[in-house]
Design a protein around this ligand. Structure first.
Ligand SMILES: NC(=O)c1ccc[n+]([C@@H]2O[C@H](COP(=O)([O-])OP(=O)(O)OC[C@H]3O[C@@H](n4cnc5c(N)ncnc54)[C@H](O)[C@@H]3O)[C@@H](O)[C@H]2O)c1
Length: 458
């Protein structure tokens, strides 16, 4: 048995590293067309930052884990081929702005069809619209080759920042296959791989369409919780209620549960928005406009939350940030990752720049190149400085804005920060991680999200 994974990204890299670690007898080859990415996977500086990932890669790389750009060879040698390429929101043509762009997935299917030299199990690891497996099957069948190609769905539920924990002890592994003897056999082969370390009762098998749809549904539900609590945060600010207290009060209800109830400047990441938009598009496509409108509201609320946060900053800074230095702490979309895709920081910074502010950005893991790229500018732009020292970023600033919940931010010497800032010294905590009362004792004018009432208001 040999495994190949097409796509060495945030999902392909960590998931295959885990399979290689847990199944030392299975050779696992991760292939990608991006030479720089493959080089990085073969170096000491991996392209993906995830706590615990370095150790797992170091243990398995060269033993039974390989990274290469030899896509065709990888396909030919493998029995199981994971497709873990990106499926971004389409930016052109029909469905632009909503539908998933499946061109990378289709290219993989066509490549497999062209070079395969035997039976293959093709595993959809990418997040895909329901019924994509049918298109892949048709492309493979079009090759006219005498081999058996089984397409099964195995969506990935890992969260960036905790990917290695999530992969080590997944809540469940979902595998959906064709309801036929060959389909059952393919599903059983993949179950055997995961059963090396995942208890059997956590490996759920379903039909292929349920599996595809479950991934979109899971992300829609998770994002909906964030938008729900963020909607309440706006009401808290208007009524002197405190959203953290409300979240605790409702989260202790076992029917609601405490997770994903932390109010913030908004969710980001490569998945939530794109997957919900994809769901919205599917609903419209299948003639369900009411269902589409329901889910679309989750995105609308998230956009509102980001805008509302910037409005508040501008309003608090005496209605203008023009020419003012705003220190931005955190650019990644969440802590413990270097991923900035759809990060609220991008939108907040862009809006602040639009208001003619100068931003000094500090993030412990995101590279300056990424930040400049995301802000569509470069090092010659005097309005944007990217700092390697957070205290330098905050020196002489009018305001500090927290946009990622990095733990280290909590332990800064906030007295020192205050002493070096312009006064009044403002802090806007977009992640509700700082002790606002302590900051106020120092002298800051500090505010969080949805922190109404004595414990939270300015
Ligand atoms: N990032 C997450 O947290 C997460 C979680 C669960 C599921 N997913 C899903 O997994 C999929 C991959 O996400 P990601 O974050 O790893 O994306 P990514 O952009 O980090 O990685 C995708 C990789 O695929 C490569 N690629 C594209 N076309 C290729 C081709 N034809 N041949 C070889 N390589 C090719 C790209 O070069 C890139 O390195 C997406 O569908 C995403 O929705 C992501």
């Amino acid at each position: 048995m040999k495994i190949c994974c097409i796509g060495a990204g945030y999902v392909g890299g960590p998931t295959m590293a885990m399979i290689a670690k847990k199944c030392p007898e299975i050779p696992v080859t991760v292939v990608d067309i991006n030479q720089a990415r493959i080089d990085a996977w073969n170096s000491d500086t991996l392209p993906v930052y995830e706590p615990g990932l370095d150790e797992v890669v170091k243990e398995a790389r060269g033993r039974n884990l390989f990274f290469t750009t030899e896509v065709d060879k990888g396909i030919q040698e493998a029995d199981i081929i994971f497709v873990s390429v990106n499926t971004p929101t389409k930016t052109y043509g029909t469905g632009a702005g909503k539908a998933a762009d499946l061109k990378f997935v289709e290219l993989c299917a066509r490549r497999i069809a062209e070079v395969a030299n035997g039976d293959k199990i093709i595993v959809e690891k990418s997040t895909l619209p329901v019924r994509t497996a049918e298109s892949i099957r048709r492309i493979l069948a079009g090759s006219g080759k005498p081999y058996n190609f089984q397409v099964i769905s195995n969506p990935e539920f890992l969260a960036e920042g905790t990917a290695m924990e999530d992969l080590t002890e997944p809540d469940r592994v979902l595998i959906g296959g064709e309801e036929s003897e060959a389909g059952d056999k393919a599903v059983a082969a993949l179950v055997d791989v995961y059963a090396h370390w995942v208890p059997r009762e956590r490996i759920l098998t379903t039909n292929v369409w349920s599996s595809e749809l479950s991934k979109l549904t899971a992300n829609a539900f998770l994002a909906q919780r964030v938008s729900s609590i963020n909607a309440i945060s706006a009401l808290c600010e208007a009524t002197e209620a405190n959203v953290s207290e409300v979240a605790r009060a409702i989260g202790t209800d076992s029917r609601i549960g405490p997770k994903f109830l932390k109010s913030s400047v908004g969710f980001g990441g490569s998945c939530f928005q794109k997957d919900i938009l994809n769901l919205v598009y599917l609903c419209e496509h299948f003639g369900l406009p009411e269902v589409a409108a329901y889910w679309e509201q989750v995105i609308a609320m998230n956009d509102y939350q980001k805008r509302r946060f910037v409005d508040r900053i501008v309003k608090t800074l005496f209605n203008t940030v023009s020419g003012k230095k705003i220190a931005i702490l955190g650019f990644a979309f969440k802590k413990d990752t270097n991923d900035t895709r759809e990060s609220p920081a991008i939108y907040v910074c862009r809006d602040l720049l639009e208001e003619q502010a100068n931003v000094a950005v500090y993030d412990p893991k995101v590279t300056p190149e990424t930040i400049y790229r995301d802000l569509q500018t470069d090092a010659s732009d005097e309005r944007v400085s990217i700092m390697t020292d957070p205290y330098e970023a905050m020196k002489d600033a009018h305001a500090v804005v927290i946009l990622t919940e990095w733990d280290a931010f909590k332990d800064y010497d906030w007295q020192k920060v205050y002493d070096n800032m312009l006064k009044p010294a403002f802090v806007f905590d977009g992640r509700n991680i700082l002790d606002l009362n302590k900051l106020r004792e120092i002298g800051f004018e500090a505010t969080g999200i949805g922190q109404g009432g004595k414990r939270g208001t300015m």
